[in-house]
Design a protein around this ligand. Sequence first.
Ligand SMILES: Cc1ncc(COP(=O)(O)O)c(C=O)c1O
Length: 379
Amino acid sequence: MPVYLDNAATTFPKPEAVYRAQDEVARRCGANPGRGGYRLAQQAAQVVSQAREQVANFFHIVDSRCLVFTASATQSVNMALFGLLQPGDRVVTTSMEHNAVARPLHHLQQHGIEVVHVAADPRGCINLADIRQACQVPTRLVVVNHCSNVSGTVQPVEDIGRWCRAQGILFMVDAAQSAGILPLDVEEMGIDLLAAPGHKGLLGPQGTGVLYVHPELTLRPLIYGGTGTFSSQLEQPESLPESLESGTLNLAGLAGLAAGLDFIEQTGRERILVHEQALLKQMWQGLSALSGVTLYGPGPDSGRCAGALSLVIDGQDPSVTGFFLDQKFDIAVRVGLHCAPLAHRTLGSWPLGTVRVSPGFFNTEEDIEAFIAAIAALR
Ligand SMILES: Cc1ncc(COP(=O)(O)O)c(C=O)c1O
């Protein structure tokens, strides 16, 4: 089994209970949730509603109907941006966004929506003052990546969210890298739209994602169709979550997601964070001591870094480093631009990108030692 250090792409392995829950539900309860009155279909609906309650509680969402299941964070982001924005709207976002946000906004920009990118500093940090400055012109929405998938840079979403709420500006968070790891409370943080994958820090299977929609917001659906409710009407139902959940849900995936959340609750989110932070610190210290290695981002001692960090062996294309890490050392990391070209321009790692290392809860100090030793050997 390789040393897997690509948890920012998707967490692996998942807790055993996640695989068991998926298997159990797929084998024993494989009816279509919300599409029948017989007992098996009701059991399936129960799996979905339990998962919904659990995820909603986790993010302090008062009304679980405001939590919509999707297939990925990308789908959640698209549903939010295309469902909300109209020509004439102005959006403020950052230079640290993943393409999941940057590409839909780029597209919308060509359809009458103004998009302003706040430039982060060279460590990838933005502050409330930067957002305030950019919002001097009337703005409908602020979109911020909570935690960078390139440098691990954490943005002060609580400060930004509270300020936006006070100004009447909608606030959306891309929590792809933070959900399950950093505290997220939609009420406390003034978050109106929260997009998160189920398959990263929430430890669920691939093919799961969530979107929180503030109860006073109405999004135009991207997908219209059967919801199992109001079947006599040709109009799409207006109430959440059905309005945004047409079609059959990923039942086994949602059972796995609920099991992932059980694992986080039993283990303690804080304990997961502490373990991952310790591994990041070990990595940062070990790599800093090596000549010929450049590290990017604020680093774990800054209090503004979580989940991942990026490096380059000076003079070596990251893809070459990644190839040898895989082939010679059996270490799996992601190299290149990590779907975040804007972030690399900000951090100074454009155009080749970086080697990104993202430890997860199941990584050990030995894994990090092996990685540092491999980088030392490849210099
Ligand atoms: C910051 C960020 N946003 C969005 C995404 C997209 O997530 P998904 O793969 O679930 O679509 C990722 C994936 O790596 C990410 O890192």
